[in-house]
Write a protein that binds this ligand. Structure first.
Ligand SMILES: *Cc1c(COP(=O)(O)O)cnc(C)c1O
Length: 376
């Protein structure tokens, strides 16, 4: 008799599942204490109050299917960045777009390239198409763009650049990406994943660096797709809205692979309202900047190696990362060990929280990493 598993292609059977940050409720059950979640780079201030109100109103129409074309939100996004509405695609999270891009461009025999220690969704999306997934070592916790360019061959179709990178928090500058794109052959599409752009802009301004020319590339008709999301600075991770900017041709191809009614009316209404709530975003970004400084100083005091961030989280390294994550959780803080699919055996990632959350985390970390007294 045919086993069901034999009906599933090997490249699908081999796929690693996505392991999310631990949900608060599960962690509270495990630890028996009230938890704060600093594991998934969510907004510590919650959704914008304006978005909440907009969702309450939109909820009255949930008997109706939403606008399949997501016209209002696409129009607003197009106006904001001065692109045409047909250069904008909205989806149920930018991770949905990553999957669509992979399905549109990859298949067995082709390949996608990215860095080691980058976003865990790239190998899953690539693997699901049967294409080869190629990773290049990092340089000082940062994407090595020369290394990526050197691996491009006739079968390369996609390059994923997370900028800033998740989980290391490092960014590549606008000038570096300019030079990188100039070297690529035209059968390669570069995905510039800018999920943390609001934080990166802010850090770059402070440090006198230039963050990104991504929208210029789209205006110039280059083989680039820019991904952004409402999940991070805008505080709408649970509503599931992300978007992409690319040439009209590319968007037309990707849209065919989108599920019908992928973005709910609640999500669209929330995103539109969140765009208007500049005060909420400003507060979020300012809190992030001061929180990053405070945390980096505390890591130094504890003698723990932490990588300076351009995003809303900090990557750090300890011995026994899984054990430390567990002990920190026992003190009421969920953080993310980057073992397993993330392939950083000593790596941990903590989301920058409110000042109170950051303090609670540092206390928990100090306790979790202090050495047991030596018995005499
Ligand atoms: C969080 C994140 C996203 C956004 O995912 P959504 O599906 O929009 O919630 C995309 N890329 C990276 C690198 C991320 O860290």
């Amino acid at each position: 008799m045919t086993k069901f598993e034999d009906l599933v292609p090997e490249f699908i059977r081999k796929l690693p599942g996505y392991v999310p940050g631990k949900p608060i409720k599960q962690a509270e059950l495990e630890s028996g204490t009230r938890m704060v979640k600093m594991a998934s780079n969510e907004n510590p201030f919650g959704p914008s109050p304006k978005a909440l109100l907009a969702m309450e109103q939109a909820a009255r129409e949930t008997n109706l299917y939403p606008d399949n074309e997501i016209t209002e939100l696409r129009l607003r996004l197009a106006e904001l960045v001065k692109l045409d509405i047909n250069q904008v695609m909205v989806s149920n999270g930018s991770t949905a777009l990553i999957n669509i891009i992979a399905r549109a461009l990859l298949r067995p025999g082709l390949n996608a390239i990215t860095s080691q220690k980058s976003f865990i969704v790239y190998p899953i999306a690539t693997g699901a198409t049967g294409a080869q997934f190629i990773t290049v070592p990092m340089k000082d916790y940062t994407f090595d763009l020369d290394g990526l360019a050197a691996r491009v061959d006739a079968n390369t179709r996609v390059i994923f650049i997370a900028n800033p990178n998740n989980p290391t928090g490092t960014m590549v500058s606008a000038g570096e990406v300019d030079r990188f794109l100039d070297r690529l052959p035209d059968h390669v599409v570069t995905v510039l994943d800018e999920a943390y752009c609001d934080f990166a802009e802010d850090f770059a301004r402070e440090r006198g660096a230039e963050y990104s020319h991504s929208l210029d590339y789209v205006r110039q008709g280059r083989n680039v797709i820019v991904l952004r999301t409402f999940s991070k600075a805008h505080g709408l991770a649970g509503a599931r809205v992300g978007y992409g900017f690319a040439s009209e041709r590319m968007i037309a191809a990707f849209v065919r692979l989108q599920m019908a009614f992928a973005v709910s009316g609640l999500a669209e209404a929330a995103a539109l309202a969140a765009l208007d709530d500049t005060a909420h975003i400003r507060r979020t970004v300012e809190n992030n900047r001061t929180g990053a400084k405070w945390l980096i100083a505390k890591f130094r005091d504890l003698g723990i190696k932490a990588v300076p961030t351009s995003a809303n989280f900090i990557y750090f390294e300890v011995e026994d990362a899984a054990g430390v994550a567990q002990r920190v959780q026992a003190s009421g803080v969920i953080i993310r060990p980057l073992t397993g699919g993330w392939a950083c055996p000593n790596g941990l990632r903590v989301t920058i929280g409110t000042p109170e959350q950051n303090e609670r985390f540092i206390k928990a970390l100090a306790k979790a990493t202090e050495r047991a007294p030596v018995a005499r």
